[in-house]
Design a binder for this molecule. Structure first.
Ligand code: ADP
Ligand code: MG
Length: 458
C-alpha cells in the first residue's frame, strides 16, 4: 500500500519535491488505524503536517480507505551535523513523468479522453512564466489553443532540454480541454508512440492503434527527434499526420532541434513539419529565472526572500528543471537544519552542486542593489531623469555593472536605454572620482561588497 501511496503522491507533486521530501520517508506501518511515517526531524514533521497531510489522506482515500489517518514520527537522530537533501533526479528523463504509455503488453485503450490523464495538471498557461526567451513559442501555443487547426498547423516547438516544451504542449491541451470538453486530446512521447506501434504490430492490433491516433482533435507528440532512424514509425506517423491534417485537426510537435537538423528523417515528413510554424525556446534570462523561482516558491507556499531567489537564479542559468531543483535543495537544506533562508544558507546548500566561481552577476541585480542603496526605485535610475541625485546613482550602477559583469558597453547602454558612449562616460567619471569623493567611494565600496560577497553575510 505504501508503494501505491507514493505512486499517487508522485503524480501530484513535482519530481523535485517528491525527491526532496518523500524519498527519505520511512513507512513504519499502521498503528491504531493510522499510517505512521518516519521523518528525519521535527522540522520535517512540521513540514509534512503543514504541506502534505491532505495529499497523503487523499492518496489513502483514493486507495479505498474510509477514514484515512496519517501520523508522522521523528526517526532516531542522524549523526551528521548538516543534513543535505538527496540529489535531484537526473534532468534528462525523470522517472514517473507521465508519458501516456499503457503498461507494456496491455491492450491499447480506445476510450476517448483516456489520455487526458497524462497531461500534467501543473503544466498550464497560468503557470508558465513568459519572458523574452519564450514569448514567441508562448504566443504561438496560445494562438493554437484558441483556434486549433486554424492558426498554425503543425506547431513545431524546439529547444534544449528543460526549457518548457512539454509544459507548453500540455498547456494547450488543458486550455482546449477546459473549453471544449468533448474534444479528444492525445499526448504521447515519440518513444511511447514507437513502443505502442511495436506492440500493436506484435499483437495484430494496428487497426486499433490507427483508429486511436487518427480520430483525435489534438495530437501532441513530444520529442519528435526520436523518430530519427525509425523507418517503420516514420511511415506510420506520416499517415497519422496526413489523416489529421486533412481533417484540420491540430498537431503540435516538440523537438530538441529544428526539423532540418533531425538526421535520417524522411524528406516528406520534414517538409510537413515545416508546413506550419516553427518556433524555438531559448534559455531564460536572469529576470525570467527569478520570476519562475518566485512562482514556484509561491505555489509551494514557501516564503523566501527575493535576494535568495536571485542568488539561485544566478547559479543555475540554463535548465529550468535544474533551477527548480536548486530551489528545492535550498528549501530542504534550510528546513532540515532549521535555519532561515539567507544568501549564505543558499550558497552553502548549493555549494556541492555548483562551483562558486560559476556565480554570475546580472545587470538587474546590480541595478536593484544600487537603487536600494540610494533609496530610489530602479525604474527611476533607468529613466530619463537628469537631476544630480538620479544621475550619480545611475553612473554608479553603470560603473558597477561594467566592473562586476561581463556585459559590453553597448549591452549596458541598451539596458539603460542609452548608447554606449554614455556608459563609457559614466565609467570614467566614477573612476575619476573614486578616492576623491569619500561619499561616492564609500557607496561604491559598500555596493561592491554587497554584490560580491555571499559568505560574509552572516
Ligand atoms: P522540456 O520539455 O523542454 O524538456 P519541460 O516542459 O519539461 O521542459 O520543463 C521543465 C520544467 O521547467 C517543468 O517543471 C516546467 O514546468 C518548468 N518550466 C519550463 N518553462 C517554464 C516557464 N516558462 N515558466 C514556469 N515553469 C517552466
Ligand atoms: Mg519535454
Amino acid at each position: 500500500i505504501w508503494a501505491d501511496v507514493l505512486g499517487y503522491v508522485r503524480k501530484n507533486i513535482s519530481e523535485v519535491e517528491y525527491h526532496t521530501w518523500f524519498a527519505p520517508v520511512k513507512n513504519l506501518g499502521v498503528q491504531d488505524g493510522a499510517l505512521v511515517l518516519g521523518v528525519r526531524n521535527s522540522f520535517a514533521q512540521e513540514w509534512f503536517r503543514k504541506h502534505y497531510l491532505e495529499l497523503l489522506e487523499d492518496a489513502l482515500r483514493e486507495l479505498g480507505a474510509q477514514n484515512p489517518q496519517v501520523s508522522f514520527q521523528v526517526l532516531p537522530a542522524a549523526q551528521d551535523a548538516l543534513l543535505l537533501p538527496s540529489d535531484p533526479p537526473p534532468a534528462a528523463s525523470p522517472p514517473g513523468r507521465p508519458t501516456g504509455r499503457p503498461p507494456l503488453g496491455q491492450p491499447i485503450s480506445p476510450v476517448p479522453g483516456e489520455n487526458r490523464k497524462s497531461l500534467n495538471p501543473k503544466y498550464t498557461f497560468e503557470n508558465f512564466v513568459v519572458g523574452p526567451n519564450n514569448n514567441l513559442a508562448h504566443a504561438a501555443a496560445l494562438a493554437v489553443a484558441e483556434s486549433p487547426g486554424r492558426a498554425y498547423n503543425p506547431l513545431f516547438i524546439y529547444g534544449d532540454v528543460g526549457l518548457g516544451k512539454t509544459h507548453l504542449m500540455h498547456a494547450v491541451g488543458h486550455y482546449i480541454m477546459e473549453r471544449f470538453p468533448d474534444k479528444r486530446i492525445e499526448y504521447v512521447s515519440t518513444e511511447s508512440f514507437t513502443n505502442e506501434l511495436i506492440n500493436a504490430i506484435r499483437d495484430d492490433k494496428t487497426t486499433q492503434f490507427r483508429n486511436r491516433y487518427r480520430s483525435v482533435d489534438l495530437l501532441l507528440v513530444d520529442d519528435i527527434q526520436f523518430l530519427a532512424g525509425k523507418e517503420r514509425t516514420q511511415e506510420e506517423f506520416f499517415h497519422t499526420f496526413n489523416a489529421l491534417y486533412e481533417n484540420h485537426k491540430q498537431i503540435i510537435l516538440s523537438s530538441d532541434r529544428p526539423p532540418k537538423d533531425i538526421q535520417t528523417l524522411e524528406g516528406r515528413l520534414r517538409s510537413r513539419f515545416e508546413w506550419g510554424l516553427i518556433t524555438d525556446i531559448q534559455s531564460p534570462e536572469f529576470e525570467t529565472r527569478v520570476a519562475i523561482l518566485k512562482m514556484n516558491a509561491e505555489h509551494n507556499r514557501i516564503d523566501i526572500p527575493q535576494e535568495v531567489l536571485e542568488l539561485i537564479a544566478r547559479q543555475v542559468t540554463s535548465n529550468i528543471r535544474e533551477l527548480e531543483g536548486a530551489l528545492m535543495r535550498v528549501v530542504a537544506f534550510a528546513s532540515l537544519n532549521s535555519v532561515p533562508f539567507s544568501r549564505a544558507v543558499a550558497a552553502k546548500a548549493l555549494s556541492n552542486v555548483f562551483a562558486p566561481q560559476e556565480v554570475k552577476l546580472e545587470m538587474g541585480e546590480v541595478l536593484r542593489a544600487t537603487a536600494g542603496h540610494f533609496g530610489l526605485p530602479p525604474e527611476v535610475i533607468r529613466g530619463a531623469g537628469r537631476a544630480r541625485d538620479v544621475v550619480v546613482p545611475r553612473q554608479v550602477a553603470m560603473y558597477l555593472i561594467r566592473e562586476l559583469t561581463e556585459h559590453s558597453l553597448p549591452e549596458i547602454g541598451q539596458f539603460f536605454g542609452r548608447d554606449h558612449s554614455t556608459v563609457m562616460h559614466a565609467v570614467s567619471k566614477v573612476t575619476e572620482q573614486m578616492g576623491k569623493e569619500p561619499e561616492l567611494t564609500a557607496s561604491v565600496d559598500a555596493l561592491r561588497r554587497q554584490l560580491q560577497d555571499v559568505e560574509d553575510e552572516e
